[in-house]
Design a protein. Structure first.
Length: 202
């Protein structure tokens, strides 16, 4: 099985020091709770069921659909087309581009300008391939290769702990991807199961 890291990369120069502390509210939720009681819902389902007052503001797929369509990208309108939602806004949707399925990450308008100014993620066999980035009219989106196996987080929640041999393979691939990113001058910043994407049947 292989995985891909799937979160926007941040230039190392943006951090004031090489050591980045993680605030309490951003620390992984699985550290204690997931080991005691497996989750029965995915993160997307949890977000959908949260009170609207607690959800971060994010662009609506309906307001960005026309903009994306003008660039040859058509969002898929099915119940399972929403692949993920960002904690700070934005969403990832299944879409069609030039006859093939892709994942489209639409960034929240408050971060669009910053993301548009950053270089694309490095190319590596264990990093999600970014096929391109679109920006304009206050929008910013990335077209990414589709990882059909879903998130590692959801697999652990549904099936429990991975066998040691499989976990070691995934860990080695993750370290390889992180080392390559660091050599290219970028840092991931949020290494956790929610951001590890799997390829189905691989």
């Amino acid at each position: 099985m292989q995985f891909r890291l799937g979160v926007p990369f941040v230039e190392r120069s943006l951090f004031p020091s090489p050591i980045v502390s993680v605030p309490l509210h951003l620390r992984p939720r699985y550290e204690l709770a997931a080991l005691e009681a497996p989750r029965t819902k995915t993160r997307a389902a949890d977000a959908a069921g949260a009170p609207s007052a607690l959800r971060p503001a994010r662009p609506s797929p309906m307001t960005t659909a026309t903009w994306l369509k003008g660039h040859g990208i058509e969002l898929v309108e099915t119940p399972d087309a929403l692949l993920g939602q960002g904690e700070r806004g934005g969403f990832v949707r299944l879409a069609r581009r030039r006859g093939e399925f892709v994942a489209v990450k639409v960034f929240d308008k408050s971060t669009s300008a910053l993301v548009a100014s950053l270089p694309l993620a490095p190319t590596h066999q264990h990093l999600v391939q970014v096929m391109g980035r679109l920006s304009g009219s206050g929008h910013c989106a990335e077209i990414r290769a589709l990882c059909s196996g879903g998130e590692l987080y959801d697999r652990i929640a549904e099936e429990g702990a991975l066998p040691i041999s499989e976990a070691l393979v995934l860990f080695n691939e993750m370290v390889s991807a992180a080392a390559h990113s660091h050599a290219c001058g970028v840092a991931h910043g949020q290494l956790r199961p929610e951001h590890v994407l799997l390829n189905q049947g691989n």
